[in-house]
Design a protein around this ligand. Structure first.
Ligand code: BQF
Length: 296
């Protein structure tokens, strides 16, 4: 089958329009809009691009936003000081610290210091715990974006076999929990593959999957011979590869051999324009929820 595209770019636009409508409502009632703060440490070019995109998304939906740029030499203590300042600021609803951080800062120390109800990325251990136990809380933005995409395209997950490649704290691990924790859409059978899964076993697992979710960071990891006819393929990989013909000098590809796999799958996410824009939309959604929580 020639796969249909799971259009994250369009779906994220729909979500932003829904959020904008809510923000317009708030404004018409004389309330301030939600406010997201992004803290960026250092000068990683990709991080700059991501933060710029997030700030643009805030502007589009009518959120206030603050882009707090700190030098690469910022100490962990100084960064924690900024986090605490925004934690205590009643005019700030969401806080994110852009990853990756410079080597001398331990990311978990930062993540656990953000007050859980302002944790726009959903990385705080309390939010991860609540998510695991199926309690209401803030969901990690990328897994939430994947679930939202699956939900809006009405892809069945109940009783299906979901194979996940990659076990990161931010994507692989939480999506495995969301898919299997019970409730809709969390009634799947889940297999997690990771760096110690032998390639032959990864292939066997993928061939048995109704839904394959790949978040590894290796271009071309998933090839058409690993995919069952009519499977759903979700590519979370974002890899920059050299492309001299491009103005930027690079182009983005996922972890999936898109053209060949699209001949076999029933649905597939493109890169760019798949999961990435959904992540940013869920960041806004998390911030709106935080705002509503503090405004009754
Ligand atoms: C798209 C991220 C790895 C490491 C740190 C749209 C984004 C990406 C792609 C984006 C990501 C990935 C983000 C597209 C945020 C997703 O059109 O395909 C948006 O901004 N993302 C991040 O902040 O840090 C990362 C991936």
């Amino acid at each position: 089958m020639k796969a249909k595209i799971l259009d994250g770019k369009k779906t994220a636009q729909d979500i932003r329009n829904e959020i904008k409508a809510e923000v317009d409502q708030l404004r018409s009632r004389g309330l301030r809009p939600p406010h997201l703060v992004a803290i960026l440490v250092g000068d990683n070019p990709a991080s700059h691009t991501y933060v710029r995109g997030k700030m643009r998304a805030c502007a589009e939906v009518g959120f206030d936003s603050t882009n707090k740029h700190l030098p690469a030499s910022t100490t962990e203590q100084e960064l924690l000081g900024w986090v605490k300042t925004y934690n205590e600021d009643p005019l700030v609803d969401g806080i994110l610290v852009q990853m990756p951080l410079p080597e001398h800062i331990v990311p978990q120390n930062i993540t656990k210091t953000i007050v859980p109800h302002k944790d726009a990325d959903g990385f705080h251990p309390l939010n991860v715990g609540l998510m695991t136990l199926n309690f209401p809380g803030i969901l990690s933005a990328t897994p939430a974006g994947i679930m939202e995409l699956i939900d809006r395209y009405e892809i069945p997950t109940k009783g299906k076999h979901v194979v996940i490649a990659g076990r990161s704290r931010i994507v692989g691990r939480p999506i495995s929990i969301l898919m299997s924790r019970g409730g809709q859409p969390g009634e799947a059978t889940v297999t997690i593959c990771h760096r110690y899964t032998p390639p032959e076993l990864l292939k066997q697992m993928c061939l048995q999957a109704d839904i394959v979710i790949v978040a590894v960071g290796k271009p071309g990891l998933i090839t058409a011979d690993m995919i069952k006819e009519d499977a759903v393929v979700i590519d979370v990989g974002i890899n920059r590869i050299e492309a001299p013909e491009k103005k930027s000098g690079y182009r983005l590809v996922g972890d999936v051999d898109f053209d060949a796999v699209a001949e076999k799958a029933s649905y597939i996410t493109p890169v760019p324009g798949g999961v990435g824009p959904m992540t940013v939309a869920m960041l806004l959604s998390n911030t709106l929820h935080s705002y509503k929580r503090s405004h009754g």
